[in-house]
Design a protein around this ligand. Structure first.
Ligand SMILES: [Zn+2]
Length: 251
C-alpha cells in the first residue's frame, strides 16, 4: 500500500501536475550534475535519494544486447496534443494531455511527458550520442515505462524545432503555447524493434521498477537544434550504472 502511494506521488511529479514542495519533499533537496550535488553524491543528499547509491537496477546503462532483437511489439497510439512546455531546472520537458499511450505486453501505459538529455544518458555498445529523448509513460496502476530515442546530428527535426522555439531558457512553471500542437508519433523510429531492460529513474530519487524501451533505430536533429538544447540544459546526463547481470534484449 505504501509503495503504491509513493508511486502515485512519483507519477504526479513526473506528469508535471502542480505539486507544492510540501507534497513532494524531495523537491526541497537541491541536486545537479556537477560538484557537491552531482550524480556521485545523489545517494547521500537525502534519505529519500538512497536508492541512487543502493539500487541494483539503476539507469542509465551501456546497452549491450544479450539476445536477438525482435521486431518491436510496442503499439504506439500517440495523438496530437496542445504544446505545454517547462524548464524544471534539470531538463526541458513537454507535457502531453491525456489520450496518447503505448501498449506493451498487454499493458497500456499513458504518455505523460517527454524530456531531453545532452549528451545521451544511455550508451549503445559504448557509444554516446549528442541527444536523447525520454518519453515517460505510466499505467493506471502506477507502473512506469520510458521509451528512449537516441538522436544523432543530422537532418533537422520538426518536433525538436517546436521544443527549441518555445523552451524557457531558465527554470519555469509549465505553460501552454497558444495555437501550437505537437505529435510525437512521427518522431519515434519505431519500426525496427527495441532494446528492453529494467531500470530506474535517471534522476533523484532514482526509483527502480521502470520498464525501459530503447528504440533500436536512431533519429536526427540538426547541430543547431542540439546546440540550442545544450545551451539551456548544459550537460544533464547521469553516468552509466552497473548492469548487475540484467539482460538486455527484446523484453
Ligand atoms: Zn530522462
Amino acid at each position: 500500500m505504501k509503495k503504491i502511494a509513493l508511486v502515485s506521488v512519483l507519477v504526479l511529479a513526473l506528469s508535471g501536475v502542480a505539486c507544492t514542495s510540501n507534497d513532494v519533499k524531495s523537491n526541497k533537496v537541491s541536486w545537479g550534475y556537477t560538484g557537491d550535488t552531482g550524480p556521485i553524491h545523489w545517494g547521500d543528499l537525502s534519505s529519500e535519494f538512497a536508492t541512487c547509491k543502493t539500487g541494483k537496477e539503476q539507469s542509465p546503462i551501456d546497452i549491450r544486447p544479450t539476445v536477438d532483437i525482435a521486431q518491436s511489439d510496442i503499439k504506439f497510439d500517440y495523438q496530437t496534443s496542445p504544446m505545454t512546455i517547462l524548464n524544471n531546472g534539470h531538463t526541458v520537458q513537454v507535457n502531453f494531455e491525456k489520450g496518447s499511450s503505448i501498449s506493451f505486453k498487454g499493458k497500456t501505459f499513458n504518455l505523460l511527458q517527454v524530456h531531453f538529455h545532452t549528451p545521451s544518458e544511455n550508451l549503445l555498445m559504448g557509444e554516446s550520442y549528442p541527444l536523447e529523448a525520454h518519453f515517460v509513460h505510466a499505467s493506471d496502476a502506477g507502473e512506469l515505462a520510458v521509451v528512449a530515442v537516441l538522436i544523432n546530428e543530422g537532418q533537422e527535426s520538426g518536433f525538436i524545432q517546436k521544443v527549441v522555439d518555445h523552451m524557457p531558457s531558465s527554470k519555469s512553471s509549465a505553460k501552454t503555447i497558444e495555437g501550437v500542437s505537437v505529435s510525437a508519433f512521427n518522431f519515434i523510429p519505431s519500426q525496427d524493434g527495441h532494446f528492453g531492460f529494467k531500470g530506474s529513474l535517471t534522476t533523484p530519487p532514482c526509483s527502480e521498477g521502470v520498464q525501459w524501451l530503447m528504440m533500436k533505430t536512431q533519429t536526427t536533429a540538426s547541430k543547431a537544434q542540439i546546440d540550442a538544447l545544450h545551451a539551456v540544459m548544459h550537460d544533464n546526463n547521469r553516468p552509466v550504472q552497473p548492469t548487475n547481470g540484467r539482460t538486455v534484449g527484446s523484453v
